[in-house]
Design a protein. Structure first.
Length: 417
């Protein structure tokens, strides 16, 4: 039996290589990926709430003509909004599909966008399964095979030809699927024959699941979850050099999803894991509105219902002889920090960044290039839409899972306990 741990002052172990820390809070599992002495990524796997890419057996409650969509119940308390555009290859469980949904129809539905505040989750019947090598989804019309553009052209041609010939040889029709080959090790390895075999198996496994989804539903009842996407967790585990679980439940959860990886169960009763790695201060840096920069500047991050506003401020600049150079330096540092904060907080939708005003076109060009370069390190990279006449940088980023604010209650309970 593990003894209760004594809370101590933060010791803050310096983390250079990627270290994954795992916790269990209530019914939820919380993960923090640390590198370069800060949080690089967090992940919350919720036990009692619909999460991104989960698939449920749902029932149609009502149709709203004005917004062209259906509300489907996935539990006694939770609904999913299904737009007409997200309906395709419907797999009804109570009758044969005739091109329309009716109240009382039961069907599997996948979470496309998690619920946030008073907004229901968004759903889809165009199911998407993600793995380390591929992403396979049901196509609404004609499917296609796409290869990551980060892979060189010669390899891309080989990969596509291999995938097409493999499924043709097995007489498997892939025309109703969208298949995306992820970068993975294809971009770095010279010899990819073994990887190609693993890729084809990965795709075939996902197609088999999608083809047999009705059979999986037959043994389940209404509101049952029939699929949980563990790709995000697996990516965190795969990219980590050290994995430490705070308790036995977290340890078992990781072992269930990635049994081939070595995991350490933390059992020191004198110092808790949060204090050992200085998680409180690291967490405050990615949840606070104000983030300090090294050169006396700071940024404010203000999330609203409609968009996220990020404001850069110069600080005092008391020791600066060249004010223009100082402002450029602050903006350049802020650009890197903003890219990091967007990534670690998982900010999405419309983002407005207000850098410190600069008059020099040369400096503006330097900042724009630096900011664009920094944003490339962000998963699902934000797109720079425009720089307004007022010098505001307008960005958009596709929403995947929830941002840090949607998980704040769980994260606070985990870290600030």
């Amino acid at each position: 039996m593990i003894k209760p741990r004594i809370k101590t002052e933060e010791q803050n172990i310096i983390t250079k290589d990627k270290t994954l820390l795992a916790f269990k809070t209530g019914d939820d599992f919380v993960f923090f990926s640390l590198a370069d002495n800060r949080i690089e990524e967090f992940l919350v796997c919720q036990g009692n709430k619909a999460s991104y890419k989960d698939i449920y057996i749902a029932i149609v409650n009502k149709y709203i003509k004005g917004i062209k969509g259906y509300f489907l119940a996935i539990s006694d308390k939770e609904e999913v909004f299904l737009q007409e555009d997200e309906i395709g290859q419907v797999k009804l469980l109570n009758r044969k599909y005739d091109g329309s949904l009716k109240c009382g129809d039961t069907l599997p539905v996948q979470i496309k966008k998690e619920a946030y505040k008073n907004k229901s989750a968004y759903g889809t019947t165009l199911f998407e399964l993600t793995g380390s090598l591929s992403v396979v989804s049901l196509a609404k019309t004609q499917g296609q095979v796409s290869i990551s553009k980060k892979i060189e052209d010669k390899k891309r041609t080989l990969i596509k030809d291999t995938v097409l010939s493999y499924f043709a040889s097995k007489d498997i029709d892939i025309s109703k699927y969208n298949i995306t080959v992820r970068t993975g090790d294809f971009a770095t390895l010279e010899e990819i024959d073994t990887l190609l075999s693993a890729l084809c198996y990965d795709i075939e496994e996902k197609i088999a699941f999608l083809n047999n989804i009705e059979d999986k539903c037959k043994s389940r009842i209404l509101y049952n979850k029939i699929y949980t996407d563990s790709s995000a967790l697996y990516e965190l585990i795969k990219d980590s050099t050290k994995i430490i679980a705070d308790n036995k439940e977290a340890y078992d959860y990781i072992k269930e999803h990635a049994p081939e990886y070595e995991i350490t169960l933390y059992e020191d009763s004198k110092v808790d894991l949060i204090s050992l790695y200085g998680l409180k201060s690291k967490y405050k840096n990615i949840i606070s509105d104000k983030v300090n920069l090294k050169n006396d500047g700071y940024i404010y991050i203000n999330p609203t219902e409609a968009l996220n506003v990020i404001d850069v401020n110069s600080g005092s600049a008391k020791n600066s002889k060249d004010k223009n150079q100082y402002i450029l330096d602050v903006n350049l540092e802020a650009a890197k920090e903003i890219a990091y904060q967007i990534r670690v907080r998982n900010l999405s939708g419309i983002l407005i960044v207000d850098f410190i005003n600069m008059k020099s076109e040369k400096d503006i060009t330097i900042l724009t290039k630096a900011f664009t370069s920094a944003l490339e390190s962000v998963k699902h990279s934000p797109k720079l839409v425009d720089i307004t006449k007022l010098g505001l940088f307008e960005l958009t980023r596709v929403k995947q899972a929830g941002d840090i604010y949607s998980y704040k209650t769980i994260l606070d309970k985990t870290i600030l306990r």
